[in-house]
Ligand binder design. Structure first.
Ligand code: GLN
Length: 296
């Protein structure tokens, strides 16, 4: 595809240009340029020496640069079932399908997914690596200071999961005292451990294990390296269905998930809110909810 594009732009009237072109192509620089829409006039470089037609080329190439189709590139953190998961190498899940359906309803073009660890999502959004976050992200005051959120699209509490068939079955946060426990870095589950247990001197800091993602935490729980995990209830319930773990109790937090956009990006925020309303109105939201959580 890229090579074809380069070939089409290759000046054929002058041998030297053609050679330097092929050399650049071999070096990869043309491919890089051609792959980047706003430097598509790499093809014109060879022709700058004069023929009038090149001006026209530049005009053609600059059209998409001057008015790029407005895009939304979305970021997520897979390993959080059923919201974002990898299935046979493909990214899918409730958030993934919902967000794509929402963008479909808007005037934005969906620019694809980029994957990060959960705690890298907000910095990546702020650094323009992505335009939106769809990652079961709870709307919190602290996050709201760094980015903006869409209207809420899902509600959840926290839960505590333990090994299936084990003899540890806590029924309150206090019961976790003295046990090695885990959560995913930068999550509200981690905040519960820090604010309700460590800061209250109910858990030693050394008993808290912070993981890059919850899938790793569940492995450690199954292996007996930790005794419990604090995580969002719908995800705890899904791990309980799929792995050798059970939900021991639910800790009510009344969290609400929102899609993140850059601070001040009210255009995308509005587009997402309108798209969310549209998929609620046309039944898609309900369909996806049934597909990923059952009809309850
Ligand atoms: N809802 C939790 C949070 O926002 C966990 C999100 C996640 O791990 N993807 O912190």
């Amino acid at each position: 595809m890229v090579a074809l594009y380069v070939y089409e732009r290759m000046p054929t009237d002058r041998g030297t240009d053609r050679r330097s072109y092929l050399k650049a192509l071999a070096a990869g620089s043309v491919v890089t340029l051609a792959g980047c829409t706003n430097t598509g006039d790499g093809g014109g470089d060879g022709g700058d020496g004069g023929d009038g037609g090149d001006g026209g080329d530049g005009g053609d190439d600059s059209t998409p640069t001057d008015e790029p189709a407005p895009q939304i590139v979305a970021g997520t953190a897979p390993g959080f079932p059923p919201f974002e998961i990898k299935q046979d190498g493909e990214l899918t899940g409730f958030d993934v399908e919902l967000f794509e359906a929402i963008v479909e309803e808007s005037e934005y073009e969906f620019g694809g997914w980029k994957e990060f660890e959960f705690d890298a999502l907000i910095p990546s959004l702020r650094d323009d690596k992505i335009d939106a976050i769809a990652a079961a992200m709870t709307i919190t005051d602290k996050r709201d200071n760094a980015i903006d959120f869409s209207d809420p699209y899902y509600s959840a509490d926290q839960s505590v999961i333990v090994r299936e068939g084990g003899d540890f079955s806590p029924s309150s946060l206090d019961d976790l005292s003295g046990h090695p426990i885990g959560a995913q870095k930068g999550t509200t589950g981690e905040s519960v451990i820090q604010e309700q247990l460590i800061q209250e001197n109910k858990l030693e800091e050394s008993n808290y294990n912070a993981y890059d993602n919850y899938t790793l935490a569940v492995q450690d729980l199954e292996n007996g390296n930790i005794d419990a995990i604090v995580l969002d209830q719908p995800v705890g319930a899904t791990f309980a269905d799929q792995r050798a773990v059970v939900v021991s109790f639910v800790y009510e937090t009344g969290e609400r998930y929102g899609f993140g956009v850059r601070e001040g990006d009210s255009d995308r925020q509005q587009a997402i809110n309108q798209g969310l309303q549209a998929v609620r109105d046309n039944g898609t939201y309900e369909e996806l909810r049934n597909e990923w959580f059952g009809s309850n």
